[in-house]
Design a protein around this ligand. Structure first.
Ligand code: 8GP
Length: 785
């Protein structure tokens, strides 16, 4: 019997059995949620042997350990089914019972383990590592509620706790891997005696690679009280107080990025970060030593990557474990740690570069502070260039600590890496030339093409066979199709079907250009620039202007404490309400803000997009990965020369990219002019009129001043140069209109984007890290290279 048929027969037999075992219901009475539980159980069973084999096959080989506060993995079961080659079989096995696989998969909640690009990148990396056959662990925290679930009330963002753990379908509890982590206390004779302890409980999520030959592990730590219950206290009558330890420990991983505007919040964040680092580094060393490794050969077997500065405490922790607990001489311990560690920077925004107050650090991590002082002093003595100090003005600068303790530091796009060298790390770069390298981000084509766009994948399969999914640069072989009108039609037919799918799920109208702006809401990403252009477009339509019918789609979350970002969300919704209700324009312009943006919504939106909005102020977006996903799915970009947009434009061709705006260099100069916003507004009647409408309450009739402060911010400070870039953005959008009005031209542009974006695969990125940062190789004979 061919392999596929065996699998189908097995799933057909196992799914109903599991349904009864796990939920006690028969197939004919089972709701999709019960089938999802059964499917999770069958998948764990199928993955188990691959997982065990991968661990055994990797024993003694060099491992990558990727430490990250976020893993924005998205739903896991569909991906696992696809990578294991079981998707069609699962569909058939369920169809026998009249159940749709899509409905079952939709029962899995998106794990609330991430926020934005940095977290999604980590998820793509794990999948690529697994698909390439590289021994790899992701290490993170198992948040109970993650960031937050977003809903809209009166157009305003409302944050609610996200509950997802009840339906965590794939993870496996690994009690043998639990670690106890200490905090606070004192140091005596160079040894740390913590006064508080928390247990980090290991929960492993399997990440099977394409072809099902290899499996990476995402090990998530869930904090629990070291002594969960005080019986004496309970018997003395303090029934609730007796369980306080448990509540305190759980608070550590309740939410991602807890508010840190107050001291308690800061302490909580720092403890979260240390929990992640301490448990993960202990686990790396345990694995190494269990395989017979010594401290000296750790760098030959362990590459530890710090995803931004949040896991920077991994450096002093590793030094502590080597020096204090294994007797390695301090200088040698620092050298070994540095040879293992790498640091990826994901943003140059000053507010994101962590700096912890010294006092807090001394209180919570006294031994680590001693070690950081030691690292700082030695670094100072060894670098005649005197690049500055890790401890400075009463704070520990985590970016500098991560830099000093890493053998490689990387940026995430060519432009970003260049700016790192010239701005935040200028001094350190001069002292350590060659340490900073670039690794332009990528996205996995398994999820972001094959998974989210099955119609397009089928077209590619037909033309190239299924192998393109591991070699997406081969899509360029289809370039002759750019002259094949029939094929272009089929491509655009898929796009329309994806728009219909989106309409079914979100109620968006069809028949409009889908102009999509989805990402975290932030001033530098300039959703308000898009909004002002929307207002101006509406005004122009009312004046009789002719433009391609557009649906402007926005989605994204604003950080709970970021007032202006929340105002932007409200303004978008207010404008949407007025514009969508206008009978004079509603056949040519609509605006939608889709709530609760997450990976699953992105998987629906991106394949349906005609146009990708990547309009950050040049120099501010480190790379972007959404930009890559849109291009790969055939949506040309309207964008600035920022982050990876620069490289996308080079790959897809300048003629297939709608460029506008100041360059990073020009933006810096422009910002130095004290009245840059006023100068731009005075020469742009269109901008003045749009701003004026917003400011005077044209979209908030009951409360005319509602958006006054947003408009005033653009008029007065406008750090992100919305006014300065407005006119050029308007011009680029009119070029979009003209191109869209010619369906044959537009189809060619869309297809050129899709076929030429294969380079932006995270497999290519991972190969770059393997060669230039980690010095690791795949395990021979495994993975789908
Ligand atoms: C993001 C960058 O903003 C984005 O340009 C880049 O593509 C992505 O990282 C992956 O490299 N940065 C973050 O997500 C970030 O800095 N998050 C901090 C809030 C933690």
């Amino acid at each position: 019997m061919p392999k596929d048929t065996v699998a189908a027969a097995d799933l057909g037999r196992d799914l109903p059995r599991r349904l009864m075992a796990e939920r006690g219901v028969a197939p004919e009475e089972a709701p999709p949620g019960a089938w999802a539980v059964a499917l999770g159980s069958v998948l764990r069973e199928r993955i188990g042997p691959v997982w065990v084999d991968a661990r055994r096959g990797a024993r003694g080989a060099k491992h990558v350990s990727y430490l990250s506060m976020e893993f924005l993995v998205g739903r896991l079961m569909g991906d696992a089914l696809r990578n294991l080659g079981l998707f069609d079989e699962a569909e058939e096995a369920l169809a026998v019972h009249g159940v749709r696989l899509a409905d079952v998969l939709a029962e899995e909640p998106d794990p609330a383990l991430g926020n934005g690009g940095l977290g999604r990148l980590a998820a793509c990396f794990l999948e690529s590592l697994a698909s390439l056959g590289v021994p790899a662990f992701g290490y993170g925290l198992r948040y109970e509620h993650g960031l937050f679930a977003q809903s809209l009330e009166g157009g305003r963002q409302v944050e609610r706790a996200d509950h997802w753990l009840h339906a965590d379908m794939l993870s496996v509890r690994r009690p043998a891997r639990d670690v106890t982590v200490g905090f606070a206390g004192h140091v005596a004779n160079g040894a740390w005696h913590p006064s508080e302890f928390v247990d980090a409980r290991a929960h492993d999520v399997p990440v099977p690679g394409w072809g099902g030959e290899w499996c990476a592990t995402l090990r998530l730590w869930q904090p629990a009280a070291h002594e969960p219950f005080d019986l004496q206290q309970f018997n003395a009558g303090d029934h609730v107080g007796a369980q306080e330890g448990e509540a305190r420990a759980r608070a550590l991983a309740r939410v991602l990025y807890p508010e840190d505007g107050h001291e308690a919040g800061q302490a909580l964040r720092l403890k979260q970060e240390y929990l992640l680092c301490a448990a993960s580094v202990a686990d790396v060393l345990r694995r190494h030593e269990a395989a017979g490794g010594t401290s000296a050969d750790l760098p030959d077997r362990a590459a530890i990557q710090m995803n931004d500065t949040h896991p920077a405490l991994a450096a002093p922790e590793l030094v502590r474990l080597l020096a204090d607990e294994r007797g390695v001489e301090m200088g040698e311990a620092i050298r070994i740690a540095r040879a293992c560690l790498g640091y990826t920077n994901h943003t140059l925004l000053p507010e994101a570069l962590e700096a912890w107050p010294e006092g807090l650090m001394w209180h919570l991590l006294p031994r680590h502070m001693q070690i950081i002082c030691e690292i700082d002093a030695r670094h100072y003595a060894e670098t005649p260039q005197r690049p500055g100090s890790v401890i400075d003005h009463g704070v520990v600068r985590m970016g500098d600590l991560a830099f000093v303790m890493s053998h490689r530091v990387n940026g995430v796009s060519a432009l970003h890496t260049d700016l790192m060298k010239r701005t935040v790390f200028e001094g350190l770069h001069r002292a350590h030339p060659g340490r900073i390298v670039n690794q332009t981000n990528g996205v996995t084509p398994r999820r972001w093409l094959r998974g989210c766009n099955p119609g397009l994948a089928a077209l590619y399969d037909e033309a190239l066979g299924p192998g393109w999914v591991m070699e997406p640069e081969r899509l360029r072989e289809l370039e002759p199709m750019l002259d094949d009108a029939g094929w272009l039609d089929r491509f655009m037919e898929v796009k329309r079907a994806n728009q219909a799918r989106l309409a079914g799920a979100c109620g968006t109208p069809t028949g409009f250009m889908h102009d999509v702006h989805v990402k975290r809401i932030h001033e530098y990403k300039r959703q308000h620039l898009n909004l002002l252009e929307t207002i101006a477009l509406w005004q122009d339509l009312r004046d009789g202007g002719e433009h391609a019918p557009r649906l402007k789609i926005f989605a994204g979350k604003a950080a709970p404490g970021y007032a202006l970002a929340k105002e932007i969300i409200r303004a978008i919704n207010d404008v949407a309400a007025v514009v969508n209700a206008d009978p004079a324009t509603r056949d040519r312009l609509r605006v939608a803000f889709l709530p609760d943006y997450d990976v699953s919504l992105a998987e629906l939106l991106i394949p349906a997009a005609d146009l990708s909005e990547q309009i950050s102020t040049a120099g501010k977006e480190a790379s972007g990965t959404g930009n890559m996903k849109f291009a790969l799915n055939g949506a040309p970009t309207v964008g600035t020369l920022d982050g990876a947009n620069v490289e996308i434009r080079e790959h897809v061709g300048a003629e297939n990219f709608f460029l506008f705006g100041l360059t990073a260099e020009e933006a810096m100069k422009r910002r130095a002019l004290p009245d840059h916003a006023a100068r731009a507004i005075v020469v742009s009647h269109r901008l003045e009129r749009a701003l004026d409408a917003l400011q005077r309450g044209a979209f908030s009739p009951g409360e005319p001043a509602r958006h006054a402060s947003l408009a005033a911010d653009i008029r007065r400070s406008d750090h992100f140069l919305v006014a300065s870039d407005f006119d050029d953005y308007w011009r680029a959008q009119r070029e979009v209109d003209a191109a869209f009005a010619d369906p044959a031209r537009w189809a060619r542009m869309a297809v050129a984007n899709a076929l030429r974006s294969g380079w932006f695969s995270s497999d290519r990125t991972i190969r770059g890290y393997m060669d230039e940062v980690w010095n690791v190789a795949p395990v021979p004979g495994l993975g789908s290279r």
